[in-house]
Design a protein around this ligand. Structure first.
Ligand SMILES: [Zn+2]
Ligand SMILES: [Zn+2]
Length: 340
């Protein structure tokens, strides 16, 4: 099969690899769509030896069709449409059995990070970590929802986003743009924040009440010029330290902040301000598999235009260009399609 390989720092090649075979409990997925995520860029910029040695295929936003069913798998058949949940969880712990498998502490090597990923014609996945793609969603939509769509959706659910809310979305990459769309569909008024003009323009087209450049002046003052009390809620997707430092100037007293973006691993903001104004801050990591049906149903009922966040849909052979575009951080989502 053809597969992407990270051969060095910011270097991608397309290589031939043996077709994987499904082991017991696994499915073989013939990929139809795969997409690049911010987390792939960490590997692209700073690849571990296992990637350079070609042992691991990148990609964790895979969507396709079941091509073979491993021993002992029930409920799946060849031809079923499937989405891979890349975080491989135990299925047994208190978090898994209460529908919160995204925070399972017993994770095994994740697809595209420590196990073979989706930037390839085929991949294997645990049947227990595979979700069904509804017939009315296309494969590209499946790959967008597989990771980033859910990552944008889960914090809004936890924030209880609704029609009374003024929500700031900080960072307008694919997750921020999806969060913007979702929050608006939930009834909230949204201000999008990003230094890149093209991304701000896209957020405006998606219905943002306003967009702001955080490098153009004091962001808190700019927010309060539109919302005098500040934002009720903030979804922070950039992971950038200046965005963290600005939290208490963006949200109102008793406001709530979801930290979604990863960047600087040290969270830096004024403890005095967080405490003084009783601001709630929580972390949010992808979404639980138990939310998949709700997410698909929401996208369908609200007629969310997932394609609006896609800027390129490339063949796998154009993998190097795709990663370069994503690395430039000025584009929307980069997807790969597989001509079958
Ligand atoms: Zn992802
Ligand atoms: Zn578990």
């Amino acid at each position: 099969m053809r597969a992407l390989s990270i051969v060095g720092e910011r270097a991608i090649e397309v290589v031939d690899k043996p077709d994987p075979e499904p082991g017991p409990g696994e499915l073989l997925i013939a990929m139809q769509a795969s997409a690049i995520c911010g987390s792939d860029l960490h590997i692209y910029r700073n690849p571990r030896p296992a990637f350079i040695d070609n042992a691991i295929t990148p990609g964790h936003e895979g969507c396709g069709v079941v091509a073979a069913v491993g021993e002992g798998v029930e409920g799946w058949a060849v031809g079923d449409r499937a989405v891979v949940y890349f975080r491989r969880t135990c299925g047994k712990c208190r978090y898994c059995i209460t529908g919160n498998n995204h925070v399972c502490p017993n994770i095994r090597p994740g697809y595209g990070f420590a196990a073979g990923g989706s930037d390839a014609e085929f991949m294997t996945s645990d049947a227990s970590a595979t979700m069904r793609l509804p017939d009315d969603l296309n494969y590209r939509e499946g790959s967008i929802l597989a990771c980033q769509g859910g990552t944008a959706f889960a914090p809004l659910v936890r924030l209880g986003a609704g029609g009374l809310d003024r929500i700031a979305v900080s960072g307008l990459g694919p997750v921020g743009l999806l969060a913007t769309q979702f929050a608006i569909a939930m009834g909230a008024e949204v201000i999008g924040i990003d230094p890149v003009e093209s991304r701000r323009n896209l957020a405006s087209e998606l219905g943002a009440f306003a967009t702001l450049d955080p490098t153009a002046g004091e962001i808190g003052a700019a927010i309060k010029a539109r919302w005098p009390d500040g934002a009720d809620k903030l979804v922070e997707t950039s992971g950038a330290t200046p965005a963290h430092e600005a939290i208490s100037s963006i949200v109102r007293p008793l406001g709530t902040v979801a930290l979604v973006g990863l960047g600087n691993p040290i969270f830096q903001t004024s403890l005095n301000e967080i405490t003084r104004w009783e601001i709630t801050v929580f972390g949010s990591t992808i979404y639980p598999m138990s939310q998949w049906d709700t997410l698909c149903d929401f996208v369908r009922r609200k007629q969310i235009d997932l394609d609006a966040v896609v800027s390129e849909d490339l063949s796998l052979e154009e993998g190097a260009r795709g990663f370069q575009l994503a690395d430039d951080a000025a584009s929307g989502k980069i997807c790969f399609h597989f001509d079958r």
